[in-house]
Write a protein that binds this ligand. Structure first.
Ligand SMILES: Cc1cc2nc3c(=O)[nH]c(=O)nc-3n(C[C@H](O)[C@H](O)[C@H](O)COP(=O)(O)OP(=O)(O)OC[C@H]3O[C@@H](n4cnc5c(N)ncnc54)[C@H](O)[C@@H]3O)c2cc1C
Length: 458
């Protein structure tokens, strides 16, 4: 039960804020501590010179009822906007040409993104034995089931777009559990997709991969701003938690705020910081585990937002944007055509690109200075869509530790969090390091954590 319990939530990203929202609603006395000057964590929106710039997530998928219900409940239903229909065109670069990802069997047969050999290889997939249930990298998994070309021109760019990561190091089961379970349950992706669709039809459900992409009229930060507004002074910014101790059933936090240190006691603690920040927080309670968590990799990613006059762009920006496969040897990971996807992202007659650089593919590039970074982004955009002029607006955000990589063996960390919750009653974890990296996954994880806290008899 959480009612009347004094609960500290550490970290005011979307995980911490949604957790705090539900706990507060259920009558707990919550305090959210955030070390930054603002709540929101990875979610940052800026409005500058007529551009609306999302420097973290740009959108997310409407994957769960929990997410939709939360948005409605906090009064953001009318703020929510769905992606323009044309954004269902997603491009992948091959030989300096953009190819639309085929969304139907007919388009798949026609596309030049894959060779005839690769298409025929795909037909073998239902007859390939399932893998043996051991942890397997996404690259090995896809190569085994679908062949090299599919890995290079579909999965590699997709993983760069979602994780800024590398399929050779990511664990299929941890990073893409639905894909992995499809194979384990049905023996094949193709059989699984067909049978799964029939089963969903019977149950009147919509497939998760058909989930709609949405954002907010005024950017993603609207979500975390609204939650903070509702929590009022229960959210304390500029407040770093530097240590955590347990005495009997009570926890003591050391809060550092504006040069002052204060000890505050709570009945329950929810840790919603990134995993790398848990080292200091768990040092007293679980030193061995704290040391291990340092191995979770968070690569650096730079977000480079550029605005151009429409007349300076040679290609029609008729889609979500494009992703770059590693084998194409470009400097950027991909670019989102932000002003095509959602309205209000650029002033009239201007367009906006949100380009991603770095990740596990190009960590050295993430360290370049602003001039060099802008030049390489412009060079790549020029080669790919064609530019006639300079950007009229630029903004760079450097995420030194961007997204947790669910690498091979990541399941041991996922088990570790569950075990710590069992061994240290009253301590909970919620965040993008636990059950998925998206905004939607983070909200679901927060919801599951609150349910767990309610089920606890203490
Ligand atoms: C560049 C980028 C692009 C992305 N794009 C998308 C996208 O398009 N769609 C999507 O769904 N997802 C996307 N994501 C992922 C998604 O944004 C994140 O996974 C999610 O927002 C994480 O939320 P969180 O609350 O778990 O963590 P965070 O947002 O990292 O919040 C953790 C908070 O804890 C605070 N903190 C840390 N240590 C302490 C301490 N000791 N004391 C107090 N506070 C502390 C931090 O300051 C931070 O505010 C993207 C992420 C990045 C970085």
């Amino acid at each position: 039960m959480v009612k009347n319990k004094k609960i500290a939530i550490i970290g005011a990203g979307i995980s911490g804020l949604s957790c705090a929202y539900w706990l507060n609603k259920q009558g707990a006395q919550v305090t959210v501590y955030e070390k930054n000057t603002r709540p929101g964590g990875s979610i940052i929106t800026k409005k500058i010179d007529g551009y609306l710039v999302d420097l973290g997530p740009n959108s997310t998928l409407e994957t769960s009822q929990v997410l939709s219900a939360l948005i409605n409940e906090i009064g953001l239903k009318n703020e929510k906007i769905y992606a323009n229909e044309v954004a269902s065109n997603r491009y992948v670069l091959k030989n300096n040409t953009l190819h639309a990802i085929p969304m139907s069997a007919q388009l798949f047969l026609k596309t030049k993104l894959f060779s005839v050999k690769a298409k025929l290889r795909l037909l073998k997939e239902p007859f390939i034995k399932p893998t043996d249930g051991q942890d397997i990298s996404l690259a090995d998994f896809v190569r085994y089931r679908l062949g090299n070309e599919f890995l290079d021109y579909a999965i590699n760019p997709f993983v760069a777009g979602v994780y800024a990561g590398d399929p050779k190091t990511l664990s299929t089961e941890a990073a893409f559990p639905k894909l992995y379970n499809l194979e384990q349950k049905y023996g094949s992706f193709i059989k699984g997709a067909i049978k799964g669709a029939r089963e969903r039809k019977k149950r009147n459900e919509v497939a998760k991969d058909r989930a709609k992409l949405f954002a907010f009229k005024n950017g993603m930060q609207c979500f975390t701003d609204r939650l903070s507004e509702l929590l009022k002074d229960k959210v304390q910014t500029n407040s770093t938690i530097s240590s955590l101790k347990k005495t009997g059933n009570s926890y003591t936090l050391l809060v550092e705020k504006e040069g002052q240190k204060e000890k505050v006691s709570f009945d329950r603690i929810v840790l919603c910081t990134p995993a790398w920040a848990l080292k200091d927080l768990l040092e007293e309670l679980a030193p061995e585990q704290a040391a291990k968590l340092q191995h979770i990799r968070y690569p650096a990613v730079n977000v480079v937002f550029t605005g151009f006059h429409k007349k300076d762009i040679k290609r029609k920006l008729d889609g979500f944007g494009f992703l770059v496969p590693e084998v194409e040897q470009k400097k950027i990971l991909g670019s989102i055509w932000s002003s095509t996807i959602f309205p209000g992202r650029a002033p009239k007659d201007y367009v906006a690109f949100t380009t991603f650089v770095g990740g596990t593919r190009n960590p050295e590039i993430a360290g370049l200075d602003d001039t060099a970074l802008l030049k390489l982004v412009q060079d790549d955009i020029n080669t790919i869509v064609g530019l006639r002029g300079q950007p009229s607006f630029t903004r760079i955000k450097r995420w030194e530790k961007a997204i947790p990589q669910y690498t091979m063996g990541y399941q041991k960390y996922q088990k570790m969090f569950s075990l710590l919750e069992e061994q240290i009653p009253g301590l909970y974890f919620a965040g993008n390091f636990r059950r998925g990296i998206s905004v939607g996954d983070s909200v679901l994880c927060a919801h599951e954590t609150v349910e767990k806290m309610n089920e606890s008899i203490e």
